[in-house]
Write a protein of this length. Sequence first.
Lengths: 430, 432
Amino acid sequence: MPNSPQTPGIVAQRLPSSQVAENFATYMPAYEAHEARVAADRCYFCHDAPCMTACPTAIDIPLFIRQIATGTPDAAAKTIFAQNIMGGMCARVCPTETLCEEVCVREVAEGKPVEIGRLQRFATDSLMAKGVHPFTRAADTGKRVAVVGAGPAGLSCAHRLALHGHTVTVYDRKPKAGGLNEYGIAAYKSTDDFAAREVEWLLKIGGITLQTGKELDRDMTLESLQSSFDAVFLGIGLGGVNALGLGGEDMAGVSNAVDFIADLRQASDKSTLTIGRDVVVIGGGMTAVDAAVQAKLLGAQTVTMVYRRGKEKMSASVYEQEHATASGVTIVYGAAPVKILGAGKVEAVQFAYESGETFTLKADQVFKAIGQTLVGEPIARDGKKLIKRAGKVWAGGDCAAGGEDLTVTAVAQGRDAAEEMNSVLMGSGA
Amino acid sequence: MANLTSNFIGIKSPNPFWLASAPPTDKAYNVERAYEAGWGGVVWKTLGSEGPPVVNVSGPRYGAIWGADRRLLGLNNIELITDRPLQINLDEIKAVKRKWRDRALVISLMVPCDEESWKDILHRIEDTEADGVELNFGCPHGMAERGMGSAVGQVPEYIEMVTRWVKKHSRMPCIVKLTPNINDIRKPAEAAYAGGADAVSLINTINSITSVNLDNFAPEPMIDGKGTHGGYCGPAVKPIALNMVAEIARNPATRDLPISGIGGVTTWRDAAEFLALGAGNVQVCTAAMTYGFKIVSEMISGLSDYLDDKGMELSDLVGRATPNVTDWQFLNLNYVTKAAINQDDCIKCGRCFAACEDTSHQAIAMSADRTFTVKDEECVACNLCVNVCPVQDCITMVEVPKGGLDQRTGRKVGEYANWTMHPNNPSVAAAE
């Protein structure tokens, strides 16, 4: 008897592998050319467009959509990549409903925005499918820069530095480059190994050496990098995970949502991954949603997301919340975990509403998703984050002050740091 | 990035996209914004004679037609030439040209039809260092009532005469802007050429009424209960303009006369089509008025990518399609195609069937399960099904190869043969 959603415990193969594969492949299909033209036709080519202002990387959205409308998707892609070299991934993972599409005049007026994210994917896919890298590296400047962390911030920074002719070495502690694009994005949003393909495509600019499996403070120190490079960029992300601070956290069946998400991304046949029958996710951010939705896609019978504050405070957007509930996830608002119950392995979690009323959810698997934290003490901090520049060391992305846990913000900060580094290295900036 | 640098009758500009003489080029503020946005050149809005300037209406100046989603398809206007004092325009032109040396700046002119008036205005603009003049013989409303604009452009003899005056009294390159409100566009072009014009530009706007107000029973745009015909422009006029450009480009009498193409240019593709038919550059107005000056970015990237893709220089494109514009009588009557419906793409709407069954040749069959297939024995290859099909490339025209059987005629497809060689042609019979 094969496993089913009803099988007790944490088991693999709750659904046939073909069903799991389909579940993960059908989230947001790419536009056909005709669909893209029709979608592009809805854009009004607004003056000083609100969408462009809302984009952290300030992509010229009306222009790229017009370029799609006039049958030149490759030109559209160049418009995107000129501002955001990871425009392909951002087209897949940006919460457009809270950025460009939220302020689209047609969203404001009609509740139906131009589908900017999907159009961006159409354009970027079109150019990347040709294997063409649209930029040419400037002549070698002789300057060498170390980038620590091959996530969106680090790679964006490295690309812009390389574009300006600097020679860049990128270090990452993981075996693969990509950072959260490779290990942290929900598998159903980045299908067909997109993150890895994007890295490979990005590196075609030349002048960038990738060194994976190298960790700061283990394989090299900031001081050693400062002495052997002309400048250093830290895009190390948030390597630590917040603990609940409750008893029973180390019980079998309790784990970090980020690890579950990473395992999903690295598994070629996702049906081989184990998942509980009754899954409880604690947290209210994108990580919590991604864990909950994917638990459902693997065939968990019940998945409940519990968030300690109200719906309006949830950092996952309304769109994401609706996507979770449409996927079969139950969301409970305004309840905090009190106790993890079980003998050796988790059996249930007790929660309390603000009123003090308590309730217990049956659980054979619990995912913690209450935020990540900076590890190590490499340089000066601003509160819990790194300050963005100290000496010849820059920082960007989630680890830095102003980082927002968004790929697009990390890309913007990496790019802007590279521009500033370029000015300083070439003597035209302070 | 292809090199888009343009040299039109000796006037250089970084790209072949100029703004046409019209409201967007009425003053320095607009023109400088256009240059900042990347436009290669402008033709400054038409200047008139020294003296009290013309007066424009203070009611609506524009009428329009739209698609269902308010896409502006056609615009008409009843605005006259510049209503600002001549000297202010001249001072601004001079200042702008000095600041923007790499951009083209041509001055549009329209003065009464006598030699003194033309001599005077040419003398006054000499000091501006503008790159050339464009003679506005096209404006179809208002000024025509006063014997200017299209009133001149509709009489080839006047065109030749005035052009001759301009060439006599000025060393500046001279472009003659033609009105489409005429039967045969070749005649005014020939007249301009005979008068010594360096180029023609076309089309100016087409006489039109865009709509009628059915509550007030007056044409739009309506001024205090009355309306008048205005000049029509925008995407809707492009096919008319393309034909007129091609007629001049392929006319043996004017084939060496440079053409500045105007009429509904909205995207890079529109521009490329004008260039392919023989225009040396293009002028744009309505697209800029609809979307702002920034649209030139798309025109530049699109044309550049197209040229790169084709491995062509800009000059290779100009006139590339002209030799393929011919008269009907030279079309190959032995070229046979048949419509083919791709069943995988077909959405079974039946529009092809309705079009063919009701209005064409009953060459499409419809089955009980709504499968639509072409009857080759009836299909004359009219292309109507292709044009009415809502799915792009679902219906295509497939050539029957030479020697293949045309199911409709029962004859094998033969070698090239046109009407001049056809036995049904009485002229052919008479010659035998």
